[in-house]
Design a protein around this ligand. Structure first.
Ligand code: SF4
Length: 381
């Protein structure tokens, strides 16, 4: 490996060449880090600064998938409802979330949604045995020491169908007696009206997934616009909830930096006080290869996988490290410029990226402790 390729990335990367893109009538590199000489030659053909190919040609949304996702099926969950976030391996820092799964699936459709590759079905499943979920929580919580940060948005959108099943309200009620429990409901919807019935909003965080309007337009079907999410976030704050913002996945495209900074500015305009924001996460687009395989069958993979990416040690495609560092530096810079002190963290990133992006200063005692302390302040512990 020569000096130009010396990134001490813990990931192994490999170069794949795919000649399937006839738009340019040329080789198209899907997953690549090239020697700069090769990159310069490719750029003269079609390769734009290592950015993904985001031309409209590749922004189709599969309408069959979109409609299947609005079917709701009731089913018993024979497994556990409460599990730790699985993201604890292969050298990437995990946030230490605890996941409750009362339902799976989502009525919206994001092109990058891993659920389409993860499940054999596209419908939403609501688990009917909520009493088992209650039993699990009430059995385990009394022996839990320290703050427990729960979330329900791992296998679907926490609020999209809330008006139909009320599961988030039930979970908030279930956790209310435990002073060390905080719950976050993550959404790309504005379906917050049903949450009005929650008695103690101070123990609840509404997490809005954010992206740039350009990426929402190109990648997401049926989700609320960024303006609508921000208005909903403001209403949540006014009702006594904390809010969170998740820039995950972030995409590298032209002009990503100006666009993402503009979204941060829009958040600040709507919610200027950092106290009301529990935390903000940032994460570059990454995905299991199964999503690429699935999208490739529809020739719909290039908008996601045509950038400069590596196949990382955890089996996920990620942007090449300098691109991720650039994303995170820009976001930290913008949040610090507007808010000063705010709880900002990266989702599933390597210690090297924490160091190179300058984010490491935030977690002297580790990421889990950083977020636990924030949760404790919100809960008044
Ligand atoms: S909102 Fe989340 S769960 Fe729903 S389609 Fe998009 S990524 Fe998937």
């Amino acid at each position: 490996m020569c000096g130009c390729c010396r990134e001490p990335e813990p990931d192994t990367f490999k170069v794949l060449i795919d000649d399937g893109d006839c738009k340019f009538n040329a080789i198209f590199a899907e997953v690549m880090y090239f020697h700069p000489t090769i990159r310069a030659r490719l750029r003269s053909i079609h390769f734009l600064n290592g950015y993904a190919n985001m031309t409209e040609q590749h922004q189709k949304i599969d309408t069959d998938i979109a409609s299947d996702r609005n079917v709701i099926v009731n089913m018993e969950n024979k497994g556990e409802f409460w599990k730790p976030c699985p993201g604890t391996t292969q050298g990437y820092l995990c946030c230490g979330y605890q996941i409750i799964t009362p339902a799976t699936g989502c009525g919206m459709y994001c092109k990058y949604c891993i659920l389409q590759a993860y499940f054999s079905h596209q419908c939403q499943i609501v688990f009917t045995n909520f009493d088992d979920l209650e039993r699990e929580i009430n059995t385990r919580m009394p022996s839990c020491k320290g703050v427990i940060r729960f979330g329900t948005g791992e296998f679907g959108d926490s609020l999209f169908s809330e008006h139909l099943h009320g599961l988030s309200q039930k979970i908030a009620t279930l956790l209310e007696p435990y002073p060390n429990a905080i719950i976050e409901f993550k959404t790309k919807s504005t379906n917050i009206e049903p949450l009005r019935s929650i008695r103690n909003p101070g123990k609840v965080i509404i997490g809005f997934s954010m992206n740039t309007p350009a990426m929402v337009h190109r990648m997401e079907k049926g989700t609320a616009s960024i303006e609508e999410r921000l208005v909903a976030a403001r209403r949540c704050v006014d009702q006594g909830f904390s809010v969170a913002f998740h820039f995950d996945p972030m995409f590298v495209y032209d002009p990503w930096e100006a666009d993402y900074r503009a979204v941060v500015q829009a958040i600040h305009k709507m919610i200027p006080h950092p106290d009301r924001i529990a935390w903000v996460s940032i994460g570059g687009f990454r995905s299991m290869s199964s999503l690429k395989t699935l999208l490739k069958t529809k020739n719909d993979h290039l908008s996601l996988f045509s950038g400069e990416m590596i196949l990382a040690a955890d089996g996920k495609y990620r942007y090449f490290r300098p691109l991720r560092v650039a994303l995170y530096k820009a976001m930290q810079d913008e949040f610090e410029r507007l808010y000063g002190d705010i709880t900002l963290y990266m989702c599933m990133e390597s210690p090297e990226v924490w160091r190179e992006s300058g984010m490491i200063k935030r977690i002297p005692k580790g990421l889990v402790s950083y977020l636990d302390q924030r949760a404790e302040r919100i809960l008044g512990l």
